[in-house]
Design a protein around this ligand. Sequence first.
Ligand SMILES: [Zn+2]
Length: 318
Amino acid sequence: MRVIAWLVVLLGATFAAAPFAQANQADPPWGWSESQVREIVNRVRAGRDLNPPSWPGGARVAVLLSFDVDNETLWLRNGDTSVSGLSQGEYGSRVALGRILRLLDRHRIPASFFGPAVSFSIAPGMIEAIQASGRHEIGIHGWIHERNAELERADEARLLRMAIDRMTELTGKAPVGYRAPSWNFSENTLELLLEMGFLYDSSLMADDRPYELLASGSPTGLVELPVDWILDDAPLMNPLGDRYSNPRDVLQVYRDEFDVAYREGTMFLLTMHPHLIGHRSRIVVLEALIEHIRARKEVWFGTHEAAVRWVKQQAGMN
Ligand SMILES: [Zn+2]
């Protein structure tokens, strides 16, 4: 099914790409010309590697912890208003976020929090809690966790603008970072991020290291902090998911990812969700991971924003 869905996405993308694709709308992918394939893959592609020679303080590896504060929006975005599902999301604001923040405070480390504007609007105490230490960043994660690739450009732009305005109002600061809901990045998303003046994106997966995004082959100046499903708690820690894994086994995956990042001198970026990682049997795993990382020297913990400002400065991008 996934392959079919992906082909539908690719075909849809081709249909939308004027002008040559219009003449080939009915072509199956095996009938595409090489120039068509190149045009498709080059729309948004990884440009130059921006991994710095060293991270702040001379560190050899950057550790960027991020929390996507989705809570109830994971159900709402599907039109699912089931009381049970919504209560599972509500755990994120009611219990899990506080537990995560206390853990970060104990270790005095910063993190980046991305959340749909609706999520923060229905539980406004979360903003104050995140801002209390002065260490954390809050970024954009859509309006209601909408799926960008299913939206018309005008709707995606309207929801993004609404999210920016609401989050600026709630946090008192214009956000600079974007993470697409479910990392669902439409053909228009890059252009919209540039139009709306974002500093960076953190939704794509072409590298372990920060890189510059290209739009149809041209450098955009927008920095990508790449993510990956391996480095995400959602597929492995959802108790109703078909890939559910023992949290202690997931810890081993995270440790191995960090250890190789350390050896290679790059970046370790982890995406988590309060309503998943914030449960008791998982928060101990996150703490064990932090302790494993902190046992190494030359490690820098930073927000995504601080990391991007550093790599831009090191690369002479201004
Ligand atoms: Zn999300």
